[in-house]
Design a protein around this ligand. Structure first.
Ligand SMILES: NC(=O)c1ccc[n+]([C@@H]2O[C@H](COP(=O)([O-])OP(=O)(O)OC[C@H]3O[C@@H](n4cnc5c(N)ncnc54)[C@H](OP(=O)(O)O)[C@@H]3O)[C@@H](O)[C@H]2O)c1
Length: 367
């Protein structure tokens, strides 16, 4: 008889960067299913231990300090006795220097895979990639664009290393390139080394939703929260308004769509708990092997966010006006439908968590 999951309940799973917005939810989902979790942190986070101890009882969650996520020996020590690894920590400095980000992030994923292969106990490794590794939501029309398992965001790599890329477009280009190169390096390592474990990746777009603890800044949901205080700067930051005009036409079209007047940002959202569930599926499902799971719920722009926030908090009159004439991204994210089916089959969900529910959870407690 096949067991429900690849790993038996109670197996120890390592999650890197466990105090992060998405990672803390992934830990939460694993603990809820009866797994034990060891989370890596860069410095002790007693509040995180206290939070999960209180919710699930002592002995279910522990932390280990890994100062250098690129050190194979530190990683191997952290992986002692684990049945699975979810690698989520990455460089989120949004530095404009590609040298400071891309090489180490790419090297670190190889070290994670190498350390997992040395353990012999890890049966699955999951990498948190990003929508940015496959695709850049566009400000122009994306009707007819198809994004699938073979899509890679080559334009971001070109833009990250191009000295002509404008300074304020650089951080986003460098981050996107780091995610693209990191995921590519991981698949290449798997192909070249043929380890004993299976490997999957998860590619989320913009995460919204509940922030589990006040010590967690909340990453992308933290940016959305700033709108309640009347701060419109996120409209320009994600994605940045300026585009690198030195790029080749194909790169330019990929960044900007076929409208050379780059207007409003277009993003896809995904609820953070759905992203966490997809990580659990990537770790535990017998059917999910060597797959890229796309976590794109629906195409939403800042106008949708503002309208939803105004409905949820009608008394907040500081919420800024969204950018004018925003488009919706119309690309066909082919594999997003498969991810939604996995959420239904594996977790009994109705489908993706709707944006209004996600934002309501994300601003809970903020009056
Ligand atoms: N949020 C989104 O919408 C989104 C979308 C697509 C992909 N992702 C990916 O999801 C993952 C988690 O992102 P998040 O949004 O949850 O961010 P987050 O809340 O800022 O968490 C980031 C985690 O990475 C750790 N970290 C940062 N720099 C590090 C370094 N140099 N070495 C080791 N650890 C480091 C942080 O540790 P400290 O607390 O010590 O800094 C933290 O634990 C990342 O891989 C990100 O690229 C996020």
């Amino acid at each position: 008889m096949t067991t429900p999951y690849v790993l038996p309940v109670n197996t120890l799973v390592l999650v890197t960067g466990a105090n992060g917005f998405i990672a803390s939810h992934t830990v939460d989902q694993l603990l809820k299913k009866g797994f034990k979790v060891r989370g890596t942190v860069r410095a002790p986070k007693p509040w995180l231990n206290a939070f999960f101890d209180e919710k699930y009882g002592e002995g279910r969650f522990e932390t280990v300090t890994v100062k250098n996520i690129g050190d194979v020996q530190e990683l191997e020590n952290a992986m002692q006795g684990v049945g699975g690894v979810i690698h989520m920590a990455t460089d989120l400095t949004f530095s404009s220097d590609p040298h400071a980000v891309i090489p180490w992030v790419t090297d670190a994923v190889r070290k994670v895979l190498e350390a997992a292969s040395r353990t012999k106990t890890a049966q699955r490794v999951v990498l948190t990639s990003s929508s940015r590794a496959a695709y850049m939501s566009s400000r122009g029309s994306t009707k007819g664009v198809r994004v699938d398992g073979s899509s890679w965001n080559e334009a971001s790599i070109e833009a990250a290393w191009d000295p002509m890329t404008p300074e304020d477009a650089k951080p986003f280009a460098v981050y996107s390139a780091s995610k693209t190169e990191c995921e590519k390096a991981a698949w290449a390592w798997m192909r070249d080394n043929q380890p004993h474990f299976e490997f999957n990746t998860v590619l989320p777009d913009f995460n919204t939703g509940r922030i589990l603890h006040p010590e967690i800044a909340g990453s992308t949901m933290g940016y959305v929260r700033t709108l309640l205080k009347g701060d419109p700067s996120v409209f320009d930051r994600l994605p940045p308004r300026k585009i690198p005009f030195s790029l080749s036409l194909s790169s330019l079209l990929s960044l900007c769509g076929n409208s050379l007047i780059c207007r409003s940002p277009a993003e896809w959202y995904v609820d953070v708990e759905d992203t966490a569930r997809l990580h659990v599926i990537a770790l535990l499902s017998h059917d999910v092997k060597s797959r890229r799971l796309f976590a794109f719920a629906a195409s939403k722009n800042w106008t949708d966010y503002v309208q939803t926030l105004r409905k949820l908090r009608p008394n907040k009159d500081l919420i800024p006006e969204p950018p004018a004439n925003e488009r919706h991204d119309e690309a066909d994210i082919v594999l997003a439908h498969q991810s939604e089916t996995l959420l239904k089959d594996f977790f009994g969900r109705q489908g993706w968590t709707p944006l209004d529910e996600s934002l309501a959870a994300g601003i809970e407690g903020l009056d």
